[in-house]
Ligand binder design. Structure first.
Ligand SMILES: [Zn+2]
Ligand SMILES: [Zn+2]
Length: 391
């Protein structure tokens, strides 16, 4: 719908695949991978391709937050036909091009070889531009960087996820290339691109697997610096965001520290992982007790946006295995949940989560937002195509 921004979180299992439909109709992908999609029967490239259907030609940009396969490995097979990718102009990555895995560099080359081939038969004015690999801040650390003298800020700038015509969508990169990941390859998650998308004063924070080098809760590292720096400086965007896509699939060892969650103070949280995979993401410890400290988390009562749908059940990972939470009072959304009937195997539900932000009809007023989970099947072939969701 015109005038709306949608962010869709897709059920790929242990991984992240997010599609962003801008108010101008352009489509962007923000991470597109999974550790478990094909093996464990989540949405894999085939289903994602089917989901995107007629929208593949609308894709303009792709962000790969960091070079772990659960954030990019479904791209080459989902977008396997260069001819369809007419508007795709760039892929944003962290660190440097040399860090890209061969599956991804081969895929970029395939697209550009196709365009180069086509260009031979076209007039100069009609030629396709080649797809560009864009390094955030040239691969150098940006955001609030901890130094011996204190915290030094290096701007990461904005990225062009919605076309330039859509001036009222702001896409600020708050951090990228942190830690030693880009130089010595250690602990790649720290290098994740952290992006805040703001439309009509409603914001959504996407942070890949962003986390600290240390699990110590009171260590003043990246997550502390982000909260301290952005929320205390009026000239910068706030870390505070309306909706939060939980970093590192809802892990709690180095990610999602209390100081970071307090800084974001989200009203709703979305997590993409699989609690039955051995990582146990998202962790129950994230929701209880950590997010209970985030007072603004909406309780599915009057404080929740009108029209939002509740997700009644979610599953999270505990020390003793997955736990099913059957009475979800908080605004917690997960891309997969399980329900176990007595003496039966847990039944898995794939969940597609749609965050929609709508422009206000009154100039100057904040927009409104809703969040809608929909249980989806593996996409059926043939007849039932009409019932298949699309971005
Ligand atoms: Zn990951
Ligand atoms: Zn990772």
């Amino acid at each position: 719908m015109a005038g709306q921004l949608h962010v869709y979180f897709l059920p790929v299992g242990q991984g992240d695949a997010t599609a962003i439909r801008c108010p101008d109709g352009s489509l962007n992908l923000y991470d597109w991978g999974s550790n478990t999609a094909s093996r464990k029967n989540f949405w894999a490239a085939k289903e994602l391709r089917c989901y995107l259907k007629g929208s593949i030609g609308d894709i303009t940009s792709i962000v790969v937050t960091h070079h772990h396969c659960d954030h990019y490995n479904l791209l080459p097979d989902t977008l396997n036909e260069p001819r369809e990718l007419e508007k795709l102009k760039n892929i944003y990555i962290s660190c440097k091009e040399a860090n890209m895995k061969s599956a991804l560099t081969d895929w970029v080359k395939k697209i550009n070889d196709f365009r180069t081939d086509e260009n031979r038969n076209l007039k100069k004015t009609e030629q396709h531009e080649l797809m560009k690999v864009e390094l955030i801040n040239d691969g150098e650390p940006c955001g609030p960087i901890k130094t011996k003298a204190g915290v030094e800020h290096k701007s990461c700038g904005q990225i062009d996820l919605c076309s330039e015509k859509t001036v009222d969508v702001y896409v600020d990169v708050l951090a990228a290339n942190m830690g030693g990941a880009c130089t010595d390859g250690s602990h790649l998650n720290e290098a994740s691109i952290v992006t805040k998308i703001t439309f009509e004063k409603i914001s959504i924070l996407l942070s890949g697997d962003f986390e600290d080098p240390t699990p110590t809760e009171d260590a003043k590292y990246h997550q502390w610096a982000m909260s301290d720096y952005y929320n205390n400086d009026d000239t910068k965007p706030d870390l505070k965001s309306t909706i939060y896509h939980a970093a590192h699939h809802g892990a709690t060892y180095r990610a999602n520290k209390e100081v970071w969650l307090k800084g974001i103070a989200p009203k709703a949280v979305v997590s993409s992982g699989d609690p039955h995979y051995h990582y146990g993401h998202p962790r129950c410890k994230l929701f209880d007790p950590r997010l209970k400290n985030v007072k603004s988390l909406c309780q599915h009562d009057a404080s929740c946006p009108k029209g939002s749908k509740k997700q009644n059940t979610y599953t999270c990972g505990d020390e003793n295995g997955p736990s099913e939470i059957k009475d979800n009072k908080l605004a917690i959304y997960t891309t997969v949940f399980y329900i176990t009937a007595p003496k039966k195997e847990p039944e898995r539900h794939l969940n597609l989560i749609d965050v929609a932000i709508t422009k206000s009809t009154v100039a100057g007023n904040a927009g409104s937002w809703t969040i809608t989970p929909t249980v989806v099947k593996k996409i059926p072939k043939g007849k039932k195509k009409k019932a298949t969701p699309s971005p």
